[in-house]
Design a protein around this ligand. Structure first.
Ligand SMILES: [Zn+2]
Ligand SMILES: [Zn+2]
Length: 713
């Protein structure tokens, strides 16, 4: 006689669900319920995935308590099952994504009091002539969305707030109150037809790829569509690649749509995340803005999903559940039967391939909004030039500064110099745990490995030959900043990278300073290139493209094209025409020539044809099985055994081969490449063999995982 059980996903890294009996005298909770269960000697919060019947055995334990019956809806449970199978990841990792931290705690989470203040009708009408502090607060609330934190910063204390709440003049709410919506700028014909094309699909699933050159007004397209859907009470979910991009976008949304935008990302406190999650679930939050994990937010009445900068690699999670936020968003839109817009100036080859296959609809914005023109491009031959700042480049910098412009220089290397070398014997400072050089940093002085984080003091002389002649080779952002300050002492030079901008506010306040428009030089890493509006920049330059031209990673040319176009897009936004410079030792390189001659979409089309010819993604599906171990042999042995298990018809298995960085943090890293023309076959094969992979005796000596659709090799 089989007994009824529920299969529960618990937040542990084990590749299976666990069976539980119902709590005493209770019926089985439905799928999607949040439950408290005993797990070994612990108690854990888990999620009921399905009901089932099994042979009775004495190890079966009952659920301790049902915390929320049916909390997660069928669409999200379906997404859960898909994710688990497709990405071959432990179910517990997905529970961590579906439930905010506060809902995974065994002890009930104490919610903080509401954060925002809104005026009541009585508050608006009250005569506050004799209470100037209260009148000041009322004036503020009439103009702006105010949180208790913002008021404290303006010197309005909790006592004033409490008095007004007690008097019924002000109420506390979890969401910021609405403000009148501001009209947007008039749309140009291309924007108008994009809006119309999206709205035509508003009652069904469709993926629309909005490919618009930087400055073409993609955001205005999203917002115009969002406004129409909000009026019908539908929710809009906007995914962005980075937390750093949210404050700008949130302010713009709130001003433009007159409705609060609810933010969801890992930088929030547990309480803030819970409040946002609940507001999304019950529909109070109409506009949601978040990073990749926001794709798992529950929505009560969804109308549109937007993925901004859809090409960005940070939509792919690199540990635990290795999902792609953009791809899951597309799947979710399909299940919800709503449209999804993927926006980018430099779309991924994956999305362009889907356009070619007729799965996605392409909407192009070829011109900049507001009549601004695209920058002129110029290639600077670096051969014969000393270092990264050659005279032709410095001449252009000087000219733009003289004309009152701002200059942006892109160099994707932090630190002072990427290599420290001995002039006498050729010794180089290498990381002892990675297959990599250590970067020389000056502030504070140290050698640091950018892959494992290891640090060492600067050696006073060469450890091999004792010579004092240790010299930096190449230049990172720190050294460029120094050189630029010496050369252009009359203007501020700002460095933008993870070392200089450790706090999120650092970057925000720097941007505010730069936007006042006075001449300055910005030098930095990709942090600088990502979607920030810098209207004063008239000259942008990529200082070195050569490394990407000869990389072992098949995605390098795509990333290069994206970075180059993103940087070029920073130049000349307002009425001033811009200039874009590209430095290289290989001006005749055909890849570079294509990138410069034809614009991004033509360049990407060429890369896509090359990938198709080579049988690489997105033409064929790719999954990696990665393994790492302290002993090279252990990683290889596991992958050889895995290769035997995974081999099958219409599937190619290559390896074990070393990763591009074959040693990191003391681990040797190898991988298997699994490729198939049919993605479904690849997914099926891995799903069929996954349990056996986990049971391999060789698996005990390695750390390993499957990475479906990897973006790093
Ligand atoms: Zn030496
Ligand atoms: Zn290292």
């Amino acid at each position: 006689m089989r007994v009824a059980v529920v299969q529960v996903a618990v937040p542990v890294p084990l590749p299976r669900l666990f069976d539980y009996l119902p709590a005493a005298d209770e019926s089985l909770p439905p799928p999607g319920s949040r439950v408290l269960v005993p797990f070994g000697s612990r108690r854990l919060v888990g999620l009921v995935i399905r009901q089932s019947r099994v042979e009775p055995n004495e190890r079966l334990k009952p659920i301790e308590r049902v915390l929320d019956a049916g909390l997660i809806d069928a669409v999200m449970l379906d997404l859960f099952a898909w994710c688990q199978r497709y990405y071959a990841c432990p179910p517990g990792e997905i529970v961590n994504l579906l439930l905010p931290g506060a809902l995974r705690r065994v002890k009930a989470f104490r919610e903080a009091p509401a954060e925002y203040l809104a005026l009541t009708a009585a508050g608006r009408a009250a005569d506050l002539g004799r209470a100037p502090r209260q009148a000041q607060l009322r004036d503020l609330l009439e103009q702006d969305i105010c949180s208790r934190k913002a008021l404290a910063e303006r010197g309005i204390g909790a006592e004033i707030v409490r008095r007004m709440v007690d008097g019924g003049l002000v109420v506390l709410t979890e969401l910021p109150p609405a403000l009148p919506a501001a009209a947007g700028p008039p749309l140009n014909p291309a924007q108008r037809s994009a809006v119309a094309a999206i709205l035509r699909q508003r009652h069904r699933y469709a993926t629309l790829l909005l490919a618009g050159v930087t400055g073409s007004g993609k955001t205005e397209v999203y917002l115009t569509v969002a406004q129409r859907l909000l009026r019908r009470g539908r929710q809009v979910l906007i995914l962005v690649p980075e937390i750093g991009l949210t404050p700008q976008l949130v302010r713009r949304i709130e001003r433009r749509l007159g409705c609060p935008a609810t933010v969801y990302h890992s930088g929030l406190s547990e309480g803030e995340r819970l409040a946002a999650w609940k507001a999304a679930a019950d529909g109070r939050a109409q506009v949601l803005v978040g990073t990749r994990s926001a794709v798992f937010l529950p929505l009560s009445n969804p109308g549109l999903i937007v993925v901004d900068e859809e090409h960005d690699g940070s939509f792919k999670q690199q540990d635990g559940a290795r999902y792609h936020g953009r791809d899951l968003a597309v799947l979710r839109a399909a299940r919800l039967a709503i449209p999804i817009v993927l926006g980018s100036a430099t779309p991924s080859l994956e999305s362009l391939n889907n356009v070619e296959l007729g799965r996605y609809q392409l909407l192009e914005l070829k011109e900049r909004a507001g009549g601004a023109s695209l920058p002129r491009w110029r290639v600077l031959d670096q051969r014969g030039q000393a270092g990264m700042l050659g005279e032709p480049l410095l001449g252009a910098v000087a000219r733009h500064l003289d004309e009152g412009g701002q200059v942006l220089l892109y160099r994707n290397r932090r630190g002072y110099a990427p290599v420290l070398i001995c002039n006498a014997c050729g010794w180089q400072a290498d990381c002892q745990r990675c297959d990599a050089h250590m970067t020389w940093h000056q502030l504070p002085p140290r050698l640091q490995c950018h892959h494992c984080g290891a640090q060492r003091p600067m050696p006073p002389r060469c450890p091999d030959c004792g010579s004092p002649g240790l010299v930096p080779l190449g230049a990172g952002t720190e050294r460029l900043e120094d050189l630029l300050k010496q050369r252009f002492p009359q203007v501020p030079v700002y460095r933008v990278d993870r070392d200089a901008m450790s706090g999120r506010d650092d970057f925000e306040s720097l941007l505010a300073e730069v936007r006042d428009g006075r001449p300055c030089i910005l030098v930095g890493t990709q942090m600088l290139a990502k979607g920030h509006h810098l209207p004063g920049v008239t000259l942008a330059a990529v200082l070195d493209v050569d490394q990407a031209l000869f990389s072992a990673d098949f995605r390098a040319p795509e990333r290069l094209g994206q970075a180059v176009h993103q940087v070029a897009g920073r130049a000349g936004r307002a009425e001033r025409a811009g200039e874009f410079l590209l430095q290289t030792h290989h001006p005749e390189n055909p890849l570079l020539a294509a990138l410069i001659a034809d614009g991004y979409l033509a360049y990407a089309g060429q890369l896509l044809a090359e990938r198709q010819a080579a049988g690489l993604p997105p033409a064929r599906a790719l999954a990696l099985v990665r393994a790492e171990a302290h002993q090279q042999g252990s990683a290889r042995d596991f992958l050889r055994a895995a290769a035997r298990l995974l081999a099958g018809r219409n599937l190619s298995v290559t390896g074990p081969i070393p990763a591009v960085m074959s040693r990191r943090s003391g681990y040797w890293r190898f991988q298997l490449w699994l490729q198939a023309s049919e993605r479904a076959r690849l997914v099926q094969r891995i799903a069929d063999q996954l349990a056996k992979l986990h049971e391999l005796p060789e698996a005990r000596r390695v750390r390993w995982h499957v990475d479906m659709d990897p973006i790093e090799i």
